[in-house]
Write a protein that binds this ligand. Structure first.
Ligand code: IPM
Ligand code: MG
Length: 356
């Protein structure tokens, strides 16, 4: 097939992990006979420097015209002073909103070979296989904000429609898995959470009676995640709770650098990014963990291009690479000498199956 992919390397380790992801994407194209047209575009802090804004109009236009968008990471100390007039993060929120990608899927799977890499006991994390469905284009991230020298506000807004559509995405996903959905809110305190809970309950009763629903308060969910993480299957939650809990959940897998994400809307086009940030402290050294990006490429193949066999081949190759002990520096505690980002990606390519 032919497909157009907009590539946004961004800042910090973004360009390094993107290079590794593209190595794998090109290998898949060659092996399976696809033609992927890759267009690299300025975004984030790099775009503030070169174009005076984090999401230049030409970048957004290319993303809208593409079948999928692959993003590295954005941000860094250079652009994060409290009074910075322009922030890379604002460009990311604008991009998510403009593409209408309201459903952010963040799978967390503990690889058997990496159970010892977690700071939690292996017997707690072994076998963990859960997916967060984070609402991505609403809530406190997007409400009106005010600030003067002595007072600041961030408004949190949710509509019933926003809750309905994200609950449906999560429930459909649960149907393809263990049919368990945990909805996370703070309904004992927040009005937005009380609406969330009521709407979620109604949608599930009316449309998904075959999926077991449980509501959890976000503070309790944070605890359960490290206490009995194997109990979770699909978790659905609002934007900020999802941001916080997925960083926490990444520690089950052993490193934030391993986790991919897919952000989806109504159509097929999606935005794919590792969940980690730009890690300015290690940028430019070629040691960043590329697996979060490589697994994001697999999600891109599956969700935006409908290439299931290719996605599975890449995931299996990445799993096999980890299983034989290839480790980036963030994972050396889990055995094996440390590999650079590029060597790790090349090892994944060598583990791909021969052409069909
Ligand atoms: C994430 C990140 C972003 C978020 C930042 C960079 C704006 O932390 O994707 O989890 O908060 O959504
Ligand atoms: Mg985050």
């Amino acid at each position: 097939m032919k497909a157009r992919i907009a590539v946004l390397p961004g800042d910090g380790i973004g360009p390094e992990v993107i290079a590794a992801g593209l190595t794998c994407l090109r290998a898949i194209a060659a092996r399976f006979g696809h033609e992927f047209e890759l267009e690299e575009l300025p975004f984030g802090g790099a775009a503030i420097d070169s174009h005076g804004e984090p999401l230049p109009a030409a970048t957004l236009a290319a993303c809208r015209a593409a079948d999928a968008v692959l993003l590295g990471a954005i941000g860094g100390p250079k652009w994060s002073a409290p009074d910075a007039p322009l922030r890379p993060e604002a460009g990311l929120l604008q991009l998510r909103k403009a593409l209408g990608v309201y459903a952010n899927l963040r799978p967390v799977k503990v690889h058997a070979a990496l159970a010892a890499a977690s700071t939690l006991k292996a017997e707690v994390v072994e076998g963990v296989d859960l997916v967060f469905v984070r609402e991505l284009t609403g809530g406190i991230y997007f409400g009106d904000k005010t600030r003067d020298a002595r007072r600041a506000t961030d408004l949190c807004v949710y509509t019933a429609e926003e809750v309905e559509r994200i609950v449906r995405v999560a429930a459909r996903l649960a149907r393809t898995r263990r049919r368990r959905l945990t909805s996370i809110d703070k309904a004992n305190v927040l009005e937005t959470s009380r609406l969330w809970r009521a709407v979620c309950q109604r949608v599930m009763e009316q449309e998904f009676p075959d999926v077991r629903l449980e509501h959890q308060l976000v503070d309790a969910a944070a605890m359960h995640l490290i206490h009995r993480p194997r109990d979770f299957d699909v978790l659905v939650t609002e934007n900020m709770f999802g941001d916080i809990l997925t960083d926490e959940a990444s520690m089950l897998a052993g490193s934030l650098g391993l986790l991919p994400s897919a952000s989806l809307g109504e159509g097929r086009r999606g935005l794919y990014e590792p969940i980690h940030g730009s890690a300015p402290d290690i940028a430019g050294r070629g040691i960043a963990n590329p697996f979060g990006t490589i697994y994001s490429v697999a999600l891109l193949l599956r969700h935006s291009l409908g290439l299931t066999a290719e996605a599975e081949a890449l995931e299996r190759a990445a799993d096999a690479t980890l299983a034989v002990g290839v480790r980036t520096a963030d994972l050396v505690g889990a055995g094996g000498p440390s590999s650079g980002s590029r060597a790790a990606a090349e090892a994944v390519v060598r583990s791909l199956p021969p052409p069909p």
